[in-house]
Design a protein around this ligand. Structure first.
Ligand code: NAD
Ligand code: LMR
Length: 333
């Protein structure tokens, strides 16, 4: 019995994500919340012959509370997307307030739920949720996740393209660590389950790294003002949500990269901090999942010199983004 809730469910990501969650046989209840259109989206999805009972809510009449009541897992794709020329950090001004308000609703109505944050800038919105939960005395770092799965999905696809076999992409696993924006996205290609061809030139290797780091810009440019990745994000979000749901259901051995508080696993966090050479409150690394959330944060392990340089380059921006998110909430209260 799993109740999943999508906040921002009428949006470009929200709708296909809600569809994929409705198609997940482990989901028995699906709550949809948005400031517009959720009754229609819910009525539409409710006709699909899968177990989940679907309900759509708007802000009126305590809609957020009703949507969140009894939630086991809450996915947040609410907020504005980028247009060409913008960075994810440019979204902070609008999305920080949206995420703070939604996090307040979760903290007061479903404080035990697993919270999966998609809204950008993820490097800052996850710290916002953490601070809101701390203010309400319900913070459990094991249950908070920034969704970075799209970077992992992109890395699998682009490596499969280089290997000349797209049907491999489902099996290719490339850990992508760090954060979710530009240089903070660090693909560890040396740890790919499917090695790159030995003949790959340094120029092609660097181009691949850059394409994974800036894959979001590729979609923003192609959409030409109509938003950012929605369908691939819904796929990635549903993949990650499905892993969390399977872990909650007692399945063992599930892991995935995610931007998590290092406090979720103090021992693993300490090893990671030593590897990074600097304290960061959040970092995306491969995490092992269990019924209570994060069980273990895996270390980065041995890296190539090129990967060490990428990690080093990611840290300053990551630290600034994290601080900006935390301060936003600390300054309000
Ligand atoms: P969108 O504009 O299509 O949809 C956003 C939805 O949020 C809209 O339906 C809107 O009504 C709703 N919304 C706004 N304020 C709300 C509130 N206070 N409460 C509930 N709902 C609210 O945008 P999108 O393309 O779906 O993107 C959503 C967010 O996801 C953006 O911030 C985008 O940058 C981010 N994103 C993240 C990733 C990632 O990898 N983490 C990938 C793609 C997009
Ligand atoms: C992505 O990686 O596609 C998202 O973060 C959306 C964006 O703004 O690029």
């Amino acid at each position: 019995m799993v109740k999943a809730v999508v906040l921002g469910a009428a949006g470009g990501i929200g709708q296909p994500l809600a569809l994929l969650l409705k198609a997940n046989p482990l989901v028995t209840e699906l709550g949809l919340f948005d400031i517009v259109n959720t009754p229609g989206v819910a009525a539409d999805l409710a006709h699909i012959s899968t177990p989940a009972k679907v309900e759509g809510y708007l802000p009126a009449d305590d809609g957020l509370k009703k949507a969140l009541a009894g939630a086991d897992i809450v996915v947040i794709p609410a907020g504005v997307p980028r247009k060409p020329g913008m960075t994810r950090d440019d979204l902070f001004k609008i999305n920080a307030g949206i995420v703070k308000d939604l996090a307040t609703g979760i903290a007061t109505t479903a404080p035990k739920a697993f919270v999966l944050v998609i809204s950008n800038p993820v490097n800052s919105t996850v710290p916002i949720v953490a601070e809101v939960f701390k203010k309400h005395g319900v913070y459990d770092p094991k249950r908070l996740f920034g969704v970075t799965t799209l970077d992992v999905v992109r890395a699998s696809t682009f490596v499969a393209e280089i290997l000349g076999n797209l049907s491999l992409s489902k099996d290719i696993i490339v850990p992508v660590v760090g954060g979710h924006s530009g240089v903070t996205i660090v693909p560890l290609l040396s740890k790919s389950t499917h090695p790159l061809p030995a003949s790959l030139s340094t120029t092609d290797y660097e181009a691949l790294i850059k394409r994974i780091q800036f894959g979001g810009d590729e979609v923003v440019a192609a959409k030409n003002g109509a938003g950012s990745a929605t369908l691939s994000m819904a796929y990635a979000g549903a993949e990650f949500a499905s892993k969390v749901i399977r872990a909650v259901n007692g399945e063992k051995g599930i892991s995935a990269p995610s931007f998590v508080p290092l406090a979720a696993d103090p021992a693993g966090g300490a090893v990671l901090t030593e590897e990074l050479g600097q304290e960061l409150e959040f970092f995306s690394s491969t995490v092992e999942l269990g019924a209570e959330g994060v069980v273990k944060i895996n270390p980065l392990g041995s890296l190539t010199d090129a990967e060490k340089a990428l990690v080093k380059a990611a840290i300053p921006e990551l630290a600034t983004n994290i601080q900006k998110g935390s301060n936003y909430v600390i300054d309000i209260y």
